[in-house]
Design a protein around this ligand. Structure first.
Ligand SMILES: NC(=O)C1=CN([C@@H]2O[C@H](COP(=O)(O)OP(=O)(O)OC[C@H]3O[C@@H](n4cnc5c(N)ncnc54)[C@H](O)[C@@H]3O)[C@@H](O)[C@H]2O)C=CC1
Ligand SMILES: O=C(O)[C@@H]1CCC=N1
Length: 259
């Protein structure tokens, strides 16, 4: 497929890093600020430099607030029968149709772990998409990690709040955990190694186990031992559940505001 990527910043750039490792697609990046693009990528800084009716897929990877202003200039670059793929948070298919007219549109919500091929994306296609388009785009997105088909745009917004924004929450928890390790007297390098390896090892243990997360937690927790002492603090007053619940609810509400 011939793919046009509009916006090659943090998320578009992360996905492109994986896409270029796979054969079969040719990429053009449209971004006035993109630098250090991988070899073999065509780069333009404005829509008027693009040929007409050239691309099978146009990936929209600019900020949601810029789409209404910028996207109209890119419409002629799509081949008849091509489709738009938007990774923008919130921005609904109805809004996109208001900008590009009736079209095949697929909303995808990736996350930053796409950068290392361990992303998780949700995908929702509007009825104008052909089966072939949905299967081609699903395979294309799966080059960056897991791709979960979804049945509604509301599910895209809910997935955004869990896994789209998720790396932001996890990085923040990791930062705080590393700081706590440093306050116990470990240097930065050792603190990062202890925290990163603990998280990686714990995730892999959970993946390879049939036990519930509660049972796995209990398997670490000796009665009146060290873990129990730590968990009593972490879970005091039920605040951890409330905090994480409030976190995903706030992100979900924001996705709805960005419609
Ligand atoms: N950063 C993340 O973890 C995720 C971001 N997203 C979505 O991805 C989209 C992009 O977000 P980020 O990559 O984080 O933002 P970013 O600011 O890193 O990237 C946006 C890119 O758009 C470019 N741009 C600005 N004006 C342009 C123009 N006239 N034509 C073409 N490109 C132009 C900028 O130079 C920049 O490289 C957003 O819609 C966001 O909702 C979705 C999932 C995760
Ligand atoms: O924060 C945002 O709006 C984007 C969407 C999901 C992650 N980053």
């Amino acid at each position: 497929m011939k793919i046009l990527l509009i916006g090659c910043g943090k998320m578009g750039g992360a996905m492109l890093r994986q896409w270029i490792n796979h054969d079969g697609n040719a990429f053009t990046v449209a971004d006035p600020a993109a630098t250090d693009l991988p070899e073999g990528i065509t780069h333009v800084t404005k829509a008027t430099s693009l040929p007409s009716a050239e691309f099978d897929v146009i990936v929209i990877a600019i900020k949601p607030q810029m789409i209404a202003d910028l996207l109209p200039d890119y419409i002629p670059a799509l081949k008849p029968g091509g489709c738009f793929v938007s990774i923008a948070a919130g921005c609904s298919i109805e809004t996109l149709i208001g900008i590009v007219g009736k079209a095949a549109i697929i909303r995808v919500m990736p996350n930053l772990a796409a950068m290392v091929g361990l992303g998780v994306s949700g995908l929702y296609a509007n009825p104008a998409c052909t089966k072939q388009q949905v299967s081609d785009v699903t395979a294309f997105i799966a080059q960056t990690g897991r791709c979960v088909p979804l049945g509604s745009e509301d599910e895209i917004d809910r997935l955004t709040a869990v896994s789209g924004s998720g790396p932001g929450y996890v990085f923040e928890i990791m930062r705080s955990y590393v700081e706590a390790a440093k306050r116990l007297g470990f240097d930065e390098e050792t603190s990062r190694a202890l925290v990163f390896d603990t998280i990686t090892g714990t995730v892999e243990t959970a993946r390879q186990s049939d036990a519930s997360l509660e049972d796995l937690r209990n398997s670490v927790t000796s009665k009146n031992g060290t873990t129990q002492a730590g968990l009593d603090e972490l879970r005091r007053d039920g605040k951890l559940d409330a905090l994480l619940n409030d976190t995903v609810q706030a992100a979900y509400r924001r996705a709805a505001e960005l419609k």
